[in-house]
Design a protein around this ligand. Structure first.
Ligand code: 5GP
Ligand code: ZN
Length: 113
């Protein structure tokens, strides 16, 4: 979608700190991380939110989230994980291209969401 920053990042038109990429998704580090290792899963196709996301893509996104947090847990040695996904301005969505937040949590941290 024209003028969508996450379309451009997901499709490699804008460089990003990419952790993983396949035909359907790119996983990047968040520019304003809530905690060390905060990553985002972006589909390469544009869907505004979870309502628009096809069921099959939603399933793949959740499987990918599981893989990424399992691997990242080893890398950043976190104690827990928040998997967060905002839909709509009222819910805190600021970029209107579906994405999942993967936020490592550390005992006693202050990254409450
Ligand atoms: P939302 O509030 O829509 O759920 O989350 C948007 C997230 O995207 C925020 O955590 C914000 O820091 C991140 N973000 C916004 N613009 C960029 C960008 O250009 N690059 C990256 N890597 N993250 C971004
Ligand atoms: Zn988009």
């Amino acid at each position: 979608m024209k003028d969508c920053i996450f379309c451009k990042i997901a499709n490699g038109e804008i460089p990003s700190a990419t952790l993983y990429e396949d035909e359907e998704f790119r996983v990047i580090l968040d520019l304003g991380p809530a905690n060390k290792g905060h990553a985002l899963i972006l589909p390469k196709a544009h869907y505004e939110n979870l309502y628009e996301l096809p069921d099959e893509t939603a399933g793949h996104a959740m499987i990918l989230a599981k893989k990424v947090i399992t691997k990242m847990k080893e890398v950043v040695d976190c104690d827990g994980y928040n998997v967060v996904q905002n839909n709509g301005e009222a819910a805190g969505q600021t970029v209107f291209h579906f994405h999942m937040h993967l936020i490592p949590r550390y005992k006693g941290d202050n990254a409450g969401i």
